[in-house]
Design a protein. Structure first.
Length: 204
């Protein structure tokens, strides 16, 4: 069946020096040449330097076996913001905290180590990949402030035209400071993202 793992056993004997990056490059090459739709999983990514014994490499199609790194945690949002070094960025983080909280009605939660999220939804793709994610969020990173809205929503692009100074990535909108953007448009983006995801995942 499509989800059945193909297991390749590679034997590396003692005194053979092999770093994990070399193994990863080999795996990527194998995928590119022979298994373009498969995902590679290495048993222990902490292996560095000399070692003996086998390494197991699993190639499995349409099955997600990795653990999501960005999960909701019990860490303190306030403590995280207080740990932001740049005073202006810390002040902006508090402003965004108030805006997102008031607009969504959700309590702020830490997701991973650096994302402040509001609300959550459960997604599941046809590939079998599933997990939880915040409806909206932001992160006061060192370079720029990242704003997280729903992707794939055409209304987002329309709203961003009047948003102010920003750049966009695949999943984020980046700003330098809150003073550069239109707060009313920000609130509209937040509401639109929540509405879009609630409609896309009505039973989650």
């Amino acid at each position: 069946r499509a989800g059945k793992a193909l297991i390749f056993l590679l034997h590396f004997y003692q005194h053979l020096s092999c770093k994990i990056q070399m193994v990863k490059r080999l795996c990527r090459l194998m995928i590119k040449v022979c298994y373009q739709s498969y995902i590679v999983f290495i048993q222990d990514e902490r292996i560095i330097g000399k070692f003996s014994g086998p390494i197991f490499i699993f190639l499995e199609r349409n099955v997600t076996m990795y653990e999501l790194k960005t999960k909701e945690t019990d860490s303190s949002v306030i403590e995280f913001i207080e740990g932001v070094d740049n005073p202006r960025k810390r002040e902006d983080a508090y402003k965004l905290l108030d805006i997102f909280t008031d607009t969504t009605g959700y309590e702020a939660k830490m997701w991973g180590t650096s994302i402040i999220g509001f609300g959550k939804y459960h997604y599941k793709y046809k590939s079998g990949h599933e997990g939880d994610a915040p409806l909206v969020g932001f992160s006061p990173r060192k370079a720029k402030i990242s704003l997280y809205f729903a992707t794939g929503d055409t209304q987002r692009d329309k709203l961003l035209k009047d948003f102010g100074k920003h750049t966009t990535g695949k999943a984020c909108v980046y700003i330098n400071k809150v003073a550069d953007i239109d707060i009313d448009i920000l609130k509209a983006l937040i509401r639109q993202s929540v509405s879009f995801l609630r409609e896309a995942y009505p039973n989650e």
